[in-house]
Design a protein around this ligand. Structure first.
Ligand code: NAD
Ligand code: ZN
Length: 252
């Protein structure tokens, strides 16, 4: 990987007054949590999005969908933040207005120490009722991490008796308005956006990179692949986040 590109990225970051990060599944890949599309290992190559990540899929087979999320939650809980998550938490120490807009539904950014986070697609562990939306609690069995084929009936809502669902945004559902407004504000205010580990396919999340660009922000892309954001990037560091971010920080 060309070192001058890292120097150029570090120059941009060093002179920035309000940098932020926009992250996707790729930043958690080195923590052992699969991305959705990037490889043969990608989750969608094994199960269809319609089956696992839509309200229709949940209604159709609640044990399949709930079991799959319990497996992913257990995997997430046994995973550790990696050097990429840690680097973003360190940037918040240096720039108190630094913020992370994430599409991830794991909690690895907060576990690494980031405080200013917008969760565009919810948090898997923010359980609620499928019908009445009442918040719910559920103790994730950690041994579910070893069982990707887990089928499990979802618990019943204490208020209406319908099923408890994970707190993620499924395809066809709206984004949480408060999180979206916060993310949109940060994208408009920032003067530099680190775009890390996202294919840029899922909308409206991906449009935040255009928002930042239109408002004059520099874009540093960190992704081994050429994604749909590549044409907007001032610098593209084609390395894994857990390698590229520490290298960038060393140069600040
Ligand atoms: P995506 O799977 O569409 O794209 C992942 C991107 O990460 C790819 O461009 C890939 O090249 C890149 N990548 C892979 N390994 C990387 C690494 N080590 N460092 C940097 N980049 C790496 O993911 P997306 O764009 O986030 O969209 C998927 C949707 O699925 C999101 O909406 C998200 O809610 C959800 N999702 C979340 C998680 C999670 O919470 N950890 C995991 C999978 C999917
Ligand atoms: Zn209910």
């Amino acid at each position: 990987m060309s070192e001058p590109l890292f120097d150029r990225a570090a120059d941009l970051l060093r002179t920035s007054k309000h940098p932020i990060a926009f992250t996707g599944a790729g930043i958690s890949a080195e923590s052992g949590i699969s991305t959705f599309r990037a490889s043969e290992e990608g989750l969608w190559s094994k199960w269809s999005p319609e089956e696992l990540a839509t309200p229709w899929g949940f209604k159709n087979d609640r044990e399949l969908v709930w079991g799959w999320y319990v497996w992913r939650l257990a995997k997430g809980m046994s995973a550790l933040p990696n050097a990429g998550h840690d680097a973003l938490a360190m940037l918040e120490q240096r720039w108190p207005n630094f913020a992370v807009i994430t599409q991830n539904v794991d909690e690895l950014h907060e576990r690494a120490g980031s405080k200013r986070i917008a969760h565009l697609h919810g948090l898997a562990s923010a359980f609620r009722c499928f019908s009445c939306a009442a918040p719910a609690t559920f103790d994730v069995p950690l041994d579910a991490a070893d069982n990707p084929q887990l089928r499990m009936p979802p618990p019943a809502c204490l208020h209406c008796g319908d099923s408890i669902r994970p707190g993620v945004v499924w395809f066809g559902e709206g984004l949480p308005q408060d999180q979206w407004n916060q993310a949109d504000d940060w994208a408009m205010q920032c003067d530099l956006m680190l775009v890390i580990g996202t294919s840029g396919i899922v909308q409206p999340a991906a449009s935040l990179v255009d928002v930042a660009r239109r408002n004059g922000a520099k874009i540093i892309l960190i992704d081994p692949s050429v994604t749909s954001h590549a044409t907007l990037a001032d610098v593209h560091l084609r390395e894994a986040a857990g390698v590229a971010l520490p290298k960038l920080l060393q140069r600040l």
